[in-house]
Design a binder for this molecule. Structure first.
Ligand SMILES: O=C(O)CCC(=O)C(=O)O
Length: 269
């Protein structure tokens, strides 16, 4: 069954800059994500980017563990953006052709997990039209207010906030949006939040007894491929739909499209 947003969901994305889908990924897909993330963690590939307030010194008290990019360390996560429902969903929001712009994960360990401060992705990516790019943020574990789930500011893609270096991260920038308008998005494990490049968002601390991870895929429409800054280099951003899509062959040198279901089963076998 192809994935289809309702007209109301598409309207919400265009007018409010976000749409949440609570059961986007099924239980097997979630279990596979958790297993592969555990392997990446075990292999020491996630890095603590939280700092104690000087923007430089790695914090010993709190941890925001990031891995970016993921595709070159995991065939499983390389396959994820090629999953048919991802391409179908994203193309309904930003139009074809769809390109993958970036992939990464943030893991907040139990009790001392740190959030990622407020920002607009477009402060990094600089699209002239912030609705031509979307994030797909997947709750790899249940994401609640208590464990610091994503918060967004509806409608904020129409506003451009000033960004400066985040003193609590070793490389991020942050802004100071009107937090009174913030909306926390709670999701079960496997839930997805799509939000436009201009939508201000942040995550909060995880002080619960269980770790929580969010995986972020970023996509752009082909019209803005030349103007989009950061992310993968032009030529290395896989075309996922449209006439230039080669199933990953052109960008990765291997055929990735069509492997998602097998990757999920491989992870669980
Ligand atoms: O999961 C997180 O902590 C932050 C994700 C995020 O802000 C992003 O991908 O832009």
């Amino acid at each position: 069954m192809p994935f289809t947003f309702t007209p109301e969901q598409i309207q919400q994305f265009r007018e409010q800059g976000y749409v949440a889908v609570p059961h986007f990924w099924n239980e097997r897909e979630v279990a596979a994500m958790q297993a592969e993330l555990e392997r990446l963690k075990r292999d020491g590939l996630l890095r603590n980017v939280a700092t104690d307030g000087d923007g430089k010194t790695t914090s010993q008290e709190k941890a925001n563990l990031q891995l970016c990019p993921m595709w070159d360390k995991s065939d499983f996560f390389r396959a994820m953006p090629f999953a048919p429902k991802v391409v179908e969903a994203v193309s309904q929001l930003i139009g074809d052709p769809v390109l993958l712009h970036l992939d990464q994960v943030f893991l907040k360990p139990a009790r001392h997990g740190a959030g990622t401060n407020w920002h607009q992705d477009n402060a990094y990516f600089r699209l002239s039209d912030p609705l031509k790019g979307t994030a797909l943020w997947t709750a790899v574990h249940e994401a609640t207010v208590a464990n610091g789930t994503m918060q967004i500011i509806p409608g904020s893609f129409r506003e451009e906030y000033e960004h400066s270096r985040d003193p609590h991260s070793d490389h991020h920038i942050r802004c100071y949006p009107p937090e009174a308008r913030a909306l926390p998005i709670e999701l079960p494990a496997g839930g997805a939040l799509f939000f436009a490049y201009g939508t201000a968002h942040c995550t909060k601390a995880n002080t619960t007894d269980k770790e929580r991870a969010g995986m972020a895929l970023h996509f752009i429409n082909g019209d803005v491929n030349q103007e989009a800054v950061s992310g993968f280099a032009v030529g290395k951003r896989p075309y996922l739909s449209g006439p230039q899509a080669t199933g990953g062959l052109a960008e990765h040198g291997v055929h990735v499209a069509g492997t998602w279901d097998d990757e999920v089963e491989r992870m669980l076998s």
